[in-house]
Design a protein around this ligand. Structure first.
Ligand SMILES: [Zn+2]
Ligand SMILES: [Zn+2]
Length: 419
């Protein structure tokens, strides 16, 4: 006699996962999550369980619920271990790395990415390598280790080209835009997201709109830095519109921060402050501490422009705490530079000297100087160029170097890399 069994078999599991995907694509997120969670409870098929967890991880990542994302990633590792399949394990470790990246646990991210790269053997996991390198690059950038970040991005780009993976290429271009924003080569900072936007136009008909939103956001930041504020505004509005439609909280937070920065550049503080505040709410909710550090930096600059030195110092202090906690030395350097100016104005000699020492240590530590002229990199808008060894120089200095090889590591190839 048949009786009702609450457990799902392989076929039913597959159907339910598909049903969840359809719901998710038609923006019925809560229902989709419910269906996938039911699969987790009921299925007897480990492969199905693994895929349901994958859906839950992606969905929570897009909503900015990073702690849940991490929880599901850990469950996925356990499932992959039970299955004793290296392909599944590689994918699960990539998800774990990404969860940590989102939570600004950059050291952990790097170590999980290394686990991924060491684990492979089969062609399936090889295809994930590009994504692993991208995540690793983002983590190195989070830690302000620029040469390694660039090296990882270049590898990711190479995988994207070799596999003809345009979506990956698009994401790497956005990250490279962010990289050059940090090092203040604003021409490259605009070039790469423009390239990403081109890829979306040429190949992105079937892609999620988030790729378009992402490229527009990064373009907007570059336009703002280049003082093209109307262009910055237009791109940021476009990005925000999509982020709102998709319930993409992380991107909403980034756009709000950028809107605030645009208003700050216009010295319209009445518009800037509430946007910093809204951005802070979301950044706190999702746990993006690096984003929070950037907000405090922006608010500090607003106070500085209004000659409210003590309020500025207070914000810089908070920014420093957050940046230090996640290990982002570049943000710390920014804090020291702004504090130096304030102590100079206030004629507080002791504190001033303290900041100067910290700045020198930090610049040394980050190797933020050109190996040719010895002058600083990343202090003002200047064109930069990396060599294939990923060492970075002023473009103008490389052009006069001739063919003597990399001045830092002496590697002979002087052909500029494509990043
Ligand atoms: Zn130079
Ligand atoms: Zn070199």
């Amino acid at each position: 006699m048949w009786h009702f069994v609450a457990e799902m078999g392989q076929d039913q599991t597959k159907q339910q996962i598909e049903k969840g995907l359809k719901l998710y694509q038609s923006s019925e997120t809560e229902k989709a999550l419910h269906v996938w969670k039911k699969v987790l409870e009921k299925t007897s098929d480990p492969g199905g369980k693994f895929r349901a967890l994958g859906c839950l991880i992606t969905a929570h990542s897009e909503m900015g619920k990073y702690k849940e994302m991490l929880r599901f990633s850990l469950a996925q590792i356990d499932t992959a271990r039970e299955m004793e399949d290296p392909d599944y394990l590689t994918e699960a470790y990539l998800n774990l790395a990404r969860s940590n990246e989102k939570l600004c646990e950059f050291q952990q991210t790097v170590s999980y990415c290394k686990t991924c790269l060491n684990m492979q053997g089969t062609t399936v996991s090889l295809q994930l390598n590009g994504q692993v390198c991208l995540s690793m690059g983002n983590a190195f950038l989070g830690l302000s280790i620029f040469q390694k970040a660039l090296e990882s991005y270049e590898k990711a780009l190479r995988y994207a080209h070799n596999n003809d993976d345009k979506m990956l290429e698009c994401r790497v271009c956005c990250s490279l835009g962010n990289f050059y924003i940090h090092l203040k080569d604003y021409e490259k900072a605009l070039f790469f997201p423009c390239k990403a936007a081109e890829l979306v136009n040429d190949y992105g008909k079937g892609w999620s709109l988030k790729y378009r939103a992402m490229s527009q956001y990064h373009m907007s930041v570059a336009y703002r830095k280049l003082d093209r504020l109307p262009d910055a505004m237009e791109c940021c509005e476009e990005s925000m519109k999509i982020a709102l439609q998709h319930g993409d909280r992380p991107l909403q937070a980034m756009c709000l921060l950028n809107f605030a920065d645009i208003h700050r550049c216009r010295k319209d503080f009445e518009k800037a402050f509430p946007r910093y505040e809204s951005s802070m709410c979301i950044m706190t909710e999702i746990g993006n501490r690096l984003g929070q550090a950037s907000i405090y930096l922006g608010v500090a600059k607003c106070w500085l422009l209004q000659k409210e030195l003590d309020k500025a110092l207070d914000c810089l202090q908070r920014s420093h705490e957050l940046a230090e906690a996640v290990g982002n030395k570049l943000s710390m350097l920014r804090v020291y530079r702004l504090s130096e100016g304030i102590y100079r104005t206030k004629e507080m000699q002791l504190e001033l000297r303290e900041q100067v020492v910290k700045i020198l240590e930090c610049v040394e530590d980050l190797e933020l100087y050109c190996g040719m002229c010895g002058e600083s990199i990343g202090e003002m808008n200047q064109q930069l160029q990396a060599l294939p060894c990923s060492h970075i120089f002023h473009l103008k200095c490389l052009q006069t170097n001739g063919t003597k090889g990399c001045p830092k590591c002496r590697r002979s190839s002087m052909k500029p890399g494509f990043v």
